[in-house]
Design a protein around this ligand. Structure first.
Ligand SMILES: C[S@@+](CC[C@H](N)C(=O)[O-])C[C@H]1O[C@@H](n2cnc3c(N)ncnc32)[C@H](O)[C@@H]1O
Length: 335
């Protein structure tokens, strides 16, 4: 097997450096949730810095992810272009690249993926109802104005409810890109066992796969079309203090749609606490996970170990028809 030193391992490394070791045209699916390049959540992601909750009342020291800076998008693009070029090289022809992002910097990420040679085929929307509103009031600044209290009061009254332009964020966009196929889709599928989508996968109430999904029950209509299973309390692991753990069902949905080969390898170059790897393993696929932080590598390894020991911890994946039918690993009949 290609990459046999790395397959079914979580590697602690800087992704850009490590990707050079992965063989060309060897990976079926890349599914990742990279640093969003909002402040502190960048390619120098530091566990301590990100977890630090101190000084949050002081305007100068905002919690991770809140600071606005035009340079963030440019830096993200430049870095993600290099990452995407490597991902392009390691994917098989027709291989898929799913990349999570934030509404604010999605455009930079998608452009980097596009410019690396991928075909941007679609975007998924992960819809949710709960999130912390990030807008800040301006009272702090009004208080500091060099005017009398009565004038300050008037301004406060006039601007009551008006805050900085950060609306409550309730979706995450996910780029869906594909390395161009060799010749036709069918030829590509016959040669590389990747390139088509499994339309027998189901979402919501036995519905055809959609590019919108949610794990929050919203209302009958939305749930019927877009609901995926809620994360179980235990799937994340009680010891897992990663700030941005993705739900297993979301990763399973995307892997089920795109990974055909029995021995398919799913690569997550920013694996964090290991959700993509756990999902791949649960579905009988291979994985390679990379993360720069040793602490997260250990958490990933622990989650993977627990999957071996107690499979019931991770709940049932009620996602695809083929799973229900128990035919998880289709084999292509090549005449
Ligand atoms: C958004 S998190 C991924 C979370 C993951 N989806 C989960 O469910 O746990 C991004 C990860 O990228 C890692 N990271 C940041 N810069 C990196 C780099 N240059 N090389 C490798 N990993 C990096 C961080 O340590 C972080 O865990």
């Amino acid at each position: 097997m290609k990459n046999n030193k790395f397959v079914n391992k979580i590697i602690c490394a800087d992704t850009l450096k490590f990707l050079a070791k992965i063989e060309s045209d060897s990976i079926d699916v890349v599914l990742t949730d990279p640093p969003y390049f909002l402040d502190k959540l960048d390619n120098n992601w530091d566990c301590e810095e990100v977890a630090n909750q101190d000084n949050q009342q002081v305007i100068k020291s905002l919690p991770a992810g809140m600071k606005f800076d035009r340079e963030q998008g440019k830096k993200f693009y430049a870095w993600y272009l290099k990452i995407s070029e490597e991902i392009f090289r390691v994917l098989k022809p027709g291989g898929f690249f799913f990349s999570f992002s934030s509404p604010r910097l999605y455009h930079r990420m998608a452009s980097a993926i596009d410019d690396a040679g991928f075909e941007i085929r679609d975007a998924f929307m992960w819809l949710y109802t709960q999130n912390q509103a990030k807008a800040m009031g301006v009272d702090h600044f009004i208080n500091k104005m060099n005017i009398d209290e009565k004038a300050k009061g008037k301004i406060r009254e006039k601007l009551n409810g008006w805050k900085t332009p950060q609306i409550k964020s309730c979706f995450e966009p996910i780029a869906m890109a594909q390395k161009p196929t060799e010749q036709t889709y069918l030829n590509n599928m016959m040669k590389y066992e990747v390139g088509l989508f499994d339309t027998t996968v189901r979402i919501g109430d036995n519905m055809y796969p959609a590019n919108v999904f949610t794990i929050d029950s919203i209302n009958e209509l939305v749930d019927r079309a877009f609901l995926l299973p809620k994360p179980t309390k235990k799937e994340k692991g009680e010891y897992n203090d990663h700030k941005t753990v993705k739900p297993l069902a979301v990763c399973e949905y995307l892997i089920n749609l795109s990974a055909f080969a029995k021995d398919a390898v799913v690569l997550d170059p920013f694996v964090g606490s290991g959700t993509t790897a756990v999902a791949a393993k649960k579905l009988g696929k291979n994985y390679i996970g990379i993360d720069a932080n040793e602490k997260y590598v250990k958490i990933s390894e622990q989650r993977l170990k627990e999957l071996d020991e107690k499979s019931d911890l991770f709940g049932k994946a009620v996602i695809s028809e083929k799973m229900k039918k128990g035919s998880l690993q289709p084999q292509l009949q090549i005449a």
